[in-house]
Design a protein around this ligand. Sequence first.
Ligand code: SF4
Ligand code: SF4
Length: 384
Amino acid sequence: MKYMTLKDEYNLKVSSHITDYIAPLNVYVPLKTYHLKVKSNEYVYKEQELSPNVYSPVSGVVIGVEKCLNALGREEACLIIKNDGKEQYQKPKNLKSKLTNYQKEEVINLSSKFNYENIIQVLKDLQKNTILIINAIEDELYVANNVMILERKTDLILETLNALSEIFNINNIILALKDSDSASVAKIFSNSARYPQIKIKLIPNYYGLGDDLNLLNYLYPKNNNQVLFLHLNDLIKIYNLLKMQKLTTKKYLTITGDLIAKPQVINIKIGSKVKEVIKKQKIKSKNYIVIVNGLMQNKQLNLENLIVTEDLDSIFIMSPRKAGKEIDCLNCGLCHKFCPRHLNPQQLNKLKKVDINLKKQCNNCNLCTYLCPAKINLTKWKEG
Ligand code: SF4
Ligand code: SF4
């Protein structure tokens, strides 16, 4: 695989200040089914199950159902809870004094309490000689959530990794950090001396290494051991489970773009409406477009009903750019040469039907379209 560093196109760097938006008037909770466990006007506690495997991020009163938009641009029915701001929840009885005072099964059971599927799977598979990689690489330009987590929650991250290492008896934990994030790297290095089982690997600023498989190929091209991945948000969830047996109901969201006066990271309640927090930002023009989850993905959405879900990481408020006009392929080969999955999107675009397994190989990094000098949309083949 060939690696490349993306060049910053704009000056959209976020400030070091994080703003809280953790007490919205209402929260909107996507329902996986219409099987509700609560009724209209009912009081619900924070963490109460509203429908199978769906939990309330606040305490308050159920006031209705509304269609909302998620980060993928799909409409979902959401239960609206009027937030009473009290964060009332049923306190757990058997809290432990130390994060390390748990047995393996207890941690897996706690993760099952809130249906953290990915975490449960990783914890079940952890064995003594597993390499556990914490992928803290942020691929998207200008998105600073991971950097902020590393800087602000350094001890939380290290304590949680130490607890996982002791509880699951694993000694090979790799924390993969971008070497260009000098402030967070320095902080992690200075605080990690107490934990020799946590090894820090500095990764060059190459696009694509935020993807687990690409990172694995970069770090261990000939690896035969079992390797598992967790991300920083997973560690925050595990910490909250071990410390307070609590559901994680907040996340970091980067708000930036050429029309945002003060790009920053917001500590936001999951279930908030994005437009409510955007209203608090100074926007330089009324004529803007909204791009979610990074400029590389270039996914434009309508702000009106967009809600904060776990997979929403960034909002870009951008001036409508004149899309470059598509011309015929120049056969430069860039799309093929730099595809991290060795696909040839130019050829795939010509096919009427593409095998589902090939579609699964693509990791949606969008590097092919980004690089194409002929401005061809090189992921069209995935739509058919
Ligand atoms: S979006 Fe898919 S085809 Fe394009 S470069 Fe990335 S992995 Fe390759
Ligand atoms: S990058 Fe664009 S112009 Fe170059 S080969 Fe691929 S499709 Fe053609």
